[in-house]
Write a protein that binds this ligand. Structure first.
Ligand code: KPL
Length: 315
């Protein structure tokens, strides 16, 4: 099968992209951007291989080979138009700390982490750098070491987190539009991050605790017992954070629309539990509970869900 056709990259440095994090989303982006113009920054100081080799199964079911070179560890990083950080939320800050001195100060850094908290910590750590956040609804998973499945087409919204990111947002968006993925600028990125947080807070912990696909939570008594109190808490917190806060019923409707649209998906949290990997609960319901504590709100349902999910991977 021939590789899909890409539009020509047009930006000054040749449309080069660096990616930190070769998980499913990192691999999807690497294989979707123009070939020869992407490098993975290796996780370890000495990568086991020169290239990350895998097959991408596109949303239409066709498979394409991808061979993405790792940057040389002993050399300076190649000049690039942007860096995509596609690690898990907990790994993003330590991974950036390891490489930041090799990155020019003006390179836009686009954060793809789930949930909330890691992006804010990174923006606070390097406020002088152009740091952006991406919220993506692209579905991707790695069923095996050498296969990435683009499970569902979505879109990616990008917005700035630090003042220096404002002016580079249009260039970053244009650059990433050289992929086959849909990318848009998002002036209200905080609101978008919260919308995604709401969906993850209402689906992920239930799928992990009930060990089921997204759609199956909807009729489960445990979900039915807790979803309204959960949505009340999310509504209360959003209002206290000064965000545009839909009613608890509207939040439930949003959660259930996504659960129905992704009914057969295994959520990222359930996948982590099944593989006995740390989950992102501290950045989802755990984040909500801790913001509640900071603002003197008792958000007991989020706290209970966070504690129960943590217990799944700590024993
Ligand atoms: O984002 C997701 C995740 O699994 O983390 C949802 C929307 C729940 C889709 O599975």
């Amino acid at each position: 099968m021939a590789a899909p056709r890409h539009q020509e990259a047009t930006s000054a440095s040749g449309g080069f992209t660096l990616i930190l994090g070769a998980g499913a989303i990192g691999r999807l982006w690497a294989a979707s951007l123009p070939p020869q113009r992407v490098r993975f920054i290796p996780r370890d100081t000495v990568p086991a291989a020169r290239c990350c080799e895998y097959r991408l199964q596109a949303a239409d079911g066709n498979q394409y080979p991808a061979s993405i070179p790792y940057c040389e560890t002993a050399q300076p990083l190649p000049r690039a138009d942007c860096l995509l950080v596609t690690t898990k939320a907990a790994d993003a800050l330590p991974a950036l700390e390891r490489h930041i001195t090799r990155l020019p100060r003006d390179i836009p850094v686009v954060l793809f982490q789930n949930g909330m908290g890691s992006q804010q910590r990174i923006a606070a750590r390097w406020p002088e750098r152009p740091i952006l956040a991406a919220v993506t609804t692209e579905g991707a998973n790695n069923p095996s070491a050498h296969l990435t499945i683009h499970a569902g087409r979505g879109q990616t919204s990008i917005g700035s987190l630090t003042p220096n990111a404002e002016h580079c947002l249009p260039t970053v968006v244009r650059h990433l539009q050289n992929s086959r993925l849909r990318v848009f600028p998002e002036p209200e990125i905080h609101q978008r991050l919260w919308q995604k947080l709401i969906v993850n807070a209402g689906i992920n912990p239930f799928t992990a605790l009930l060990n089921c696909v997204n759609g199956d939570i909807l009729a489960h008594p445990f979900y039915l017992q807790h979803i309204d109190p959960l949505c009340q808490e999310l509504h209360q917190l959003m209002a206290r954070e000064g965000l545009n806060s839909p009613s608890a019923d509207a939040l439930r409707e949003t959660i259930e629309t996504v659960a129905r649209a992704t009914a057969l998906n295994t959520s990222s949290m359930r996948a982590d539990v099944l593989k006995n990997r740390p989950t992102e609960i501290d950045y989802i319901n755990g984040y909500v509970a801790s913001r509640g504590e900071a603002l003197n709100l008792e958000l007991a349902t989020n706290r209970m869900l966070a504690e129960r999910v943590r217990a799944l991977t700590h024993c």
